[in-house]
Design a protein around this ligand. Structure first.
Ligand code: PMP
Length: 380
């Protein structure tokens, strides 16, 4: 018979750091049917028929085998696309995995004795607010110091003068910059990002999850500055969220270091096959980018015409401040009508709603519902 444990709870075995942190809360993935999903920046169009075929073709008895540990073919294809070498590329189980690996690779966990500024910087993860809400969570998990810096009004990047004044850490071990920004959708000029990267004495990750919808990409900066990493994903623009494929482009020494600490089989064979087939059919996707951008601009215009504040977007989502009712209320009322959007309960985002661009029909329904909710609210 098993002896009864005297322990009341196994919690005491959990490191205090982990016990006390909150995990990332992903956007809702509803099980019910008939929901219009405008909450997690997924692409409303399916992967190309060639991609679906490639996944099916790879689905056979080979599933018993481990996948290619280095995603060799995919790295070669990406290197060709971005005019670099496979040694400049690492593939992750979504870019989220790589963003997390970067904390372990570049940042010292926080220690008590940090009187010297330089030591503090080595333990610091820095990012603008608002930006991707995963960054603070990654810093917490790693036990790093967090340094937040507010974007300017309109979600722009501050100038050097502003950075100096606001106590920006030019030596921070790791700086994440979401470009174009999420959740605001604001885009940044490469020339401006270049100035920032040049004066930064630490790793800078330019998180380009939404770059395919933007006017510019800052890819060239990784070839100009050895401390700059470009982060990309197949999730958003390439309709492959489910397959979990993201990648970094960086100096080979950076890639080698990250490679040492990743899981040997971090990406699966079907994901690798899907991403490879995607790269063979880029024309299909480019057509969809144009459509999404057109729908995005039309939706923004209509929302502006009913008095909403809308940030000029360079992504596949828009960030809007409703007129006449609170963002949270609009979010809840839309939810009741089975339309999902994303509302963040933080100081800088609470008055705003992030809306992913869906199909034209979905956006028509969203606009009709939004107008009805706003009108109904006026009459109360
Ligand atoms: N960066 C940003 C800014 C994102 O919004 C997301 C998606 N939530 C990611 C990275 C991660 O994407 P994935 O892990 O699907 O590649």
């Amino acid at each position: 018979m098993r002896a009864k444990s005297k322990l009341k709870s196994p919690e005491i075995f959990i490191r205090p750091l982990i016990r006390n942190i909150k995990g990332y809360i992903p956007g809702e993935q509803p099980q019910e049917s008939g929901v219009i999903k405008l909450n997690t920046n997924e692409n409303p169009t399916p992967p190309s028929p060639k991609v679906l075929k490639a996944i099916k073709k790879a689905t056979d008895s080979r599933l018993r085998l481990y996948p290619n540990p280095n995603a060799k073919k995919l790295r070669q294809a990406l290197a060709k696309l971005h005019c670099c070498e496979p040694e400049n590329v690492i593939i992750g189980n979504g870019s989220d995995e790589l963003l997390a690996l970067a904390t372990r690779c570049f940042v010292e966990p926080r220690t008590a004795s940090t009187k010297i500024q330089k030591n503090i910087s080595k333990q610091t993860i820095q990012y603008f607010t608002p930006s991707y809400s995963l960054y603070p969570i990654l810093a917490n998990i790693h036990g790093a110091r967090k340094k937040e810096f507010k974007l300017t009004n309109g979600y722009g990047l501050p100038e050097k003068k502003g950075l100096n004044k606001g106590n920006w850490d030019f030596q921070a071990a790791l700086t994440y910059i979401t470009t174009p920004n999420a959740p605001s959708g604001a885009g940044y000029k490469t020339s401006k990002l270049a100035k920032l990267c040049k004066i930064q004495d630490g790793i800078v990750i330019l998180d380009e999850a939404y770059a395919d919808f933007a006017e510019e990409t800052a890819l060239e900066l990784t070839f100009r500055f050895p401390n700059v990493i470009i982060s990309r994903t197949f999730s958003k623009a390439y309709s492959l969220c489910s397959q979990r494929i993201g990648y970094f482009i960086a100096h080979p020494k950076i890639i080698t270091a990250l490679d040492k600490i990743r899981d040997s089989y971090n990406t699966n064979e079907l994901g690798q096959a899907a991403a490879l087939a995607t790269l063979d059919d880029l024309k299909y996707y480019k057509g969809h980018f144009k459509r999404i951008i057109k729908t995005r601009n039309q939706t923004s215009k209509i929302l502006k015409s009913i008095g909403f504040d809308v940030i000029q977007s360079q992504t596949n989502f828009i960030f809007v401040k409703p007129k006449g009712l609170r963002a949270k209320e609009l979010f809840t009322k839309l939810r009741e009508k089975k339309i999902l959007t994303r509302w963040f309960d933080t100081k800088s985002c609470r008055s705003w709603l992030r809306i992913t661009i869906g199909t034209e029909r979905e956006m028509d329904k969203f606009l009709l519902s939004t107008k009805a909710i706003v009108d109904n609210h006026k009459q109360r």
